[in-house]
Every structure is written in C-alpha cells, then in structure tokens.
Design a binder for this molecule. Sequence first.
Ligand SMILES: C[S@@+](CC[C@H](N)C(=O)[O-])C[C@H]1O[C@@H](n2cnc3c(N)ncnc32)[C@H](O)[C@@H]1O
Length: 322
Amino acid sequence: MKTQLKSITESILFGGEDYGIIHNDLHALHNIYSSLTGIGAYDVNNGGDIFTDKGKAISPVKAAHCLLEVMRTSKFLRGINTALQRLIKKNPGKRILILYAGCGPYATLITPLTTIFSPAEIGICLLDINETSLAAVQQLYNALKLNDYVTEYIHADATLYKTETAPDMIISETMLNALAKEPQVAIMMNLVPQLSEKGVFIPESITVTASLLSPALEQESFLVAGMIPERIHLAELYTIGQYQYDTCKPTIVQIPAQPGTFNILSLMTDITVYGEEKLTAYNCSLTIPITQLNALEHAGKKITYRYEISNIPGFRYDFSET
Ligand SMILES: C[S@@+](CC[C@H](N)C(=O)[O-])C[C@H]1O[C@@H](n2cnc3c(N)ncnc32)[C@H](O)[C@@H]1O
C-alpha cells in the first residue's frame, strides 16, 4: 500500500496539470484512506459538525470530502512539499516540526508527503477539535505504520491551543470562501505568533476583495479556456497571512454611479498557499465569488464592510452615510 501511496503522491506533485489524472489520483487516495479509517467522503452519516464561538468545525465526513477538491488539494500538497524542501535545506540535520491544526480524518495535506520525507526530516503533530476525526487519523497512521512521524495526537481547539515548542511549519485549512463560517481567521491569529522565527504558515496568505463582476463575462470565461474576465476592483477588504494577522479594519466601498454591465458586487477570495502555488476565482470551493448585491440598484452608494469573529464569522456590511 505504501508503494501505491508513493506513486500517487509523485503523480500529484510532479505529474503536471491534467485535471483528470489528479482527480483519479485523489480518488485512489480516498479508497485507501476510507478503507483504513471507515470514514468515507460519500458516507450518508453527515452529523458531527462542532459549533464553537469562533465558527463551525466541519464533520469528519465533510472533512474527508475536502480531499477530493482537485485544485485545492494538489496546490496545497505542492506548496507544502516546496516549503518543506526549503526548510530542510535551510536547517540541515534539524527535524522540521509541523503542527497540523484541523487535520481531519486523513491528515490530507501531509499524509502523502510521508512518502517524500523521512521521520528524521519531519515530525508531525496532528490536532483536531473533533474526536472522531482524530481517532480516524490515528487509525490511519497505525495502519500505514506512519507513527514514527507523529510527535503527538492532540484533541484541542486550535483557536486557543498553545504550543510547547515553536513549530517550523503550521498547516491549517479551516475556511470557506470569503472567510465565512469556519474559524480560519481566529486560528491564524492564535497560531501565527507561535511559529518559530523562520517558520512557515500554510496558507501563506488569504485576501478578500470587493469587486464588480459582469455576469456575461463570467459566463463566457467558463467556456473559453484560459480567459480571465475583466472585473472592476473596488477595494481590498482584508489580508490575513503569516506576515499580517491583525484584526480586520472596517473598509468603505464606493459603488460607481454607473456600474454598467459590471453590475454584481461580489467578494473574491485569493489564497497564496506557498510561493507560486495560488488559488484564485473558481479554482475550488474556497475561492468561488460570493454575490453581495446588485450594483445597479445601489449605484453611487457607499458600503462599510466589517469582518466579525463570532460563532458565524464573516463579512457584514451596511450602507454608510454619504
Ligand atoms: C475543512 S476541514 C479540512 C480537513 C483537512 N485538513 C483537509 O485539508 O482536507 C477542517 C478541519 O479542521 C477542524 N477544525 C475546525 N475548527 C477547528 C478548531 N477550532 N480547532 C481544531 N480543529 C478544528 C475540523 O474538525 C476539520 O477536521
């Protein structure tokens, strides 16, 4: 099984951009993981979301399903592989400590990389708030005999967790588009300051902007390969990343007096996983634009956006006095 895991991993990392091939690779991984954990992405038991005062932690089945998002999973794995290669090169002889906050039942974003790096090169702390997910990942690592990599399995809330040793890398993908509903921001605010001095947070940064979209151009871009539709950038609302993790300040967005065909105000999400590995509009569920309002109906108005960290985190807006 380890040989199969290695060849699938190499295909995802180095096999090019063919969507169909990566799709099949991820389904092959899913067959392995689901058979060893008893948790599958298509299981009907969809209960088990955990609701916290900083957002929702999705259930083991939903977390398992994230594996199958082709561009998300492949870009994260490629970015993490590159980041680890660099960290190892910069720190010869050191075991790179990785904290994976929100690992889910498969530790999707690190398990394949155990076929690339040795337990002497990387040590992994697997953390999740969901006990079922944590038990599943433990079962998976026992079955695949990967326990030499694991420094600890931790059942904890990553928005509060304090590390004893500063990790060289922290991985956390606990988000939806426009940073809504899930606790990514609260997790980053807690964990980024705990990185070691030259450590790497994955994803490196997430930016949400307000833009005007033309429905006709967006539609056309789905049909024309490589087309990036023209959009009107109104304002950057927030960037959170390893170099910038302040709370979000309110931003005033001015809707033009005549938006013309660019009549849909949307929130756009761009993710830099690491270096050149980026996810942009429509690449995956995390970067699908979120429609806010019809700009023609609100032409000339000003809107104030605020990001709220609460049990349902996300951007809220209200119309500003002009
Ligand atoms: C979107 S899933 C991602 C699963 C997997 N890491 C992946 O990328 O495919 C998010 C995971 O983070 C966990 N999680 C969410 N909020 C958390 C929190 N506050 N503390 C610890 N884990 C959390 C969930 O239980 C879930 O397993």
